[in-house]
Design a protein around this ligand. Sequence first.
Ligand code: SF4
Ligand code: SF4
Length: 385
Amino acid sequence: MIDVYYSRCADYRMENLNRALPEVLEPLLAAQGGVAGKSVMIKPNLLEYHRQDDPAAVHPQLLLALCRFLKARHAAVIAVIENPAVRTADAVVRSMGIMPELEKLGVTVKNCTGYEKISAMPEKCRNRQLEIAVEFREYDLIIDFAKAKTHAMMTLTCGVKNLFGLVRGSERLSWHLAVGRNFDDFADMLLDLYLLAAPQITLLDAVVGMEGNGPGSGDPVALGFLCASSDALALDASVAGKLGVNDTPVLRRGKARNLLAGFVDCGDVPQVHPVKLPEAPEKVLEWGVYFPVRLRKLLRKMLLSRPVVDKAKCISCGLCIRKCPPQSLKMVRKLPVFDYGSCIRCYCCQEFCPQGAITVASSRWLKGLSALEKMIRKLNITRRK
Ligand code: SF4
Ligand code: SF4
């Protein structure tokens, strides 16, 4: 059984973090023989930090508290290493305002420096050749430091998805292109990364998470807890239950591939707090696997959700266009225009838009279908009564 440790934590005040962090981390560090004299790599989620308390990234005070915690336990080397898609790790941490404190602690902040193809993959991996940051081999201890966020493509992301940052930026685009609209294939690749990187500790910032239009432009939601485990997938499964999420591609594939170990919640376990999820209309399309190809294509066209731009919020920066793997976007009269025929629904444009100007919209057909489904269910219930 894998232990998933919880500690309730109402906010990011240092006294609260200094109480909650040891509660979730001490047992895991003890199982690793402590951290004294060891080199530690922290892989935080630093997607972006546009505004104070931006829930797109782990919270600066928590990152600082984690580094202080490790330093106080005599870690020899502490490195914060991330591969943000737009700015450098150094630039994101500077905008968080904690760089001077990290420097005083002797903590290095940097991007991944090199990548290698791994041919000798763990037995259960499906993708036999993944390229991954070399750093994951160079440190004694890897801490996968994730943020609890909703995600248009993966529904909810915690520890497993955070490891995608160990893949080179250009490779990340290639992965989106390679798996296209098949979110389960994407989840399989994430699970392979999880098997390969095998971080010894996964820590989740769920003091304030993100709900709705995640992972870049959702709304902050007070969840009030920290959580940690030796197994990122077990942590994901445990936390999904706490946030009222029954199904995500990563959990579905993890179960199907027998990767999800039994787990037990320990410590100060929070109450269930359902979060507002992004639109997930692709579920309806799953029925379509039984239909002929032409009908399937038509269904996709009619029912697939699509990214849309809010003209009032867009500042014409062009980032969405540069980040679109199949180049399905172009700028027309200072506004991005989508080619939905080639769009693979990876939602990178939504993830990277600094203004939260891109959202995921259900098609009118899908809304009609959902309304019909609800009506039929209601009728059935009434009849049974
Ligand atoms: S338009 Fe957006 S969702 Fe579509 S492929 Fe490009 S980045 Fe992905
Ligand atoms: S990234 Fe956002 S703000 Fe920039 S052009 Fe695209 S939609 Fe507009």
